[in-house]
Design a binder for this molecule. Sequence first.
Ligand code: MN
Length: 422
Amino acid sequence: MQKSFIQVEKGSHFPIQNLPYGIFRKQKDEEPRVGVAIGDYVLDLAVLHESGLLKIEGEQDDSSIFRQRYLNAMMEAGSTVWKAIRKQLQQLLDEGEASLRDDMELRERAFTKIDAVELLLPVEIGDYTDFYASKEHATNVGSMFRGKDQALMPNWTHLPVGYHGRASSVVVSGTEVRRPNGQMKPPGHEFPIFGPSKQLDFELELGWFVGHGNVSGEPIRLEEAEEKIFGLVLVNDWSARDIQAWEYQPLGPFLAKSFATSISPWVVPMDALEPFRVQGPKQEPTPLSYLEHKKAAAFDIQLDVSLKGSTMESIETFISTNFKYMYWSMAQQMSHHTINGCNLRAGDLLASGTISGPEKSERGCLLERTWRGEEPITFSNGDKRVWLEDDDEVVMTGYCQGNGYRVGFGEVRAKIAPALEM
Ligand code: MN
């Protein structure tokens, strides 16, 4: 197993096998730059490039690609460039490689403790598309609203259902999320009312960034889709269920979702997930040929959701599930997205939809986990939850378990602020 000269604690999300990208700064007035997480440290790629140790393939071998507010410049450079950068970093950080290891002056400038930096929203997101790719989730939500017999809509097993989300309100982990105001029509009311959402929920999802997209009119074929993915993040797709229930027909969710979506700051490269590729669920009926996989396309990623309310002493995990349960793969979602000629661009965010598994404890949102309020969750101090309360802090985390190491996503964390008084 490969090891770095940088000490990585057992259970750390960021060993040399991971090397996720992020955007950081040490002080508010400092220009942000591209960094890579290793153990408890962030490695400054601009400094490393200027030292001459890290080289960029292609015509423009200067560090401007790393002196950026967002990762987009690097994404646009294409997979040949990202793969070459990753390969060099895995060499330079190896315990047996002396060039960086023994240059204490350079190490002093290039490494900073992660907890001493500010991590910014890593990508300038052009478009955000949210799917609905978990069969367990779609079946559970469908049975609640339409009954068990019509749980899945007739199209569901034939295509990855999705909708266009809102990119402007995607925020990085740590950003407070304000409870939205809106219109809703509670049961028993003849007319809709206006006020703070009373059914605020989260959705546990994974999202992936398009690294280089496709030309308008030319779909991304299933076999080439993964090559176009720059990397993955954890996504909390906040949802106001009461607003959603009143507004969603016939064009789907709108204000119930667009107030905020939180993502984790570290973008885990596709290559780091390769050892965790597994066969996804059997697809029955066989999808149309443009969606038919010839190889395994699911990934074994353990995911957890925890909550800390203001009267709880410590944070408690109450959902544990896995990305491998997803019925539709990332590649199928991308390929379907573009089959009509729609162009995806560098920096677009695609998300899986709520990730649920077969067990109750594997249901990835409160709507499902509490069965629309019928089965409240009880925490160890006796606190109960059906929906989120003000000051609740929600933390999502995820990792792949390797033999002696973990490839992790860090976390996406946010606290609920009270609604604006209107
Ligand atoms: Mn969602």
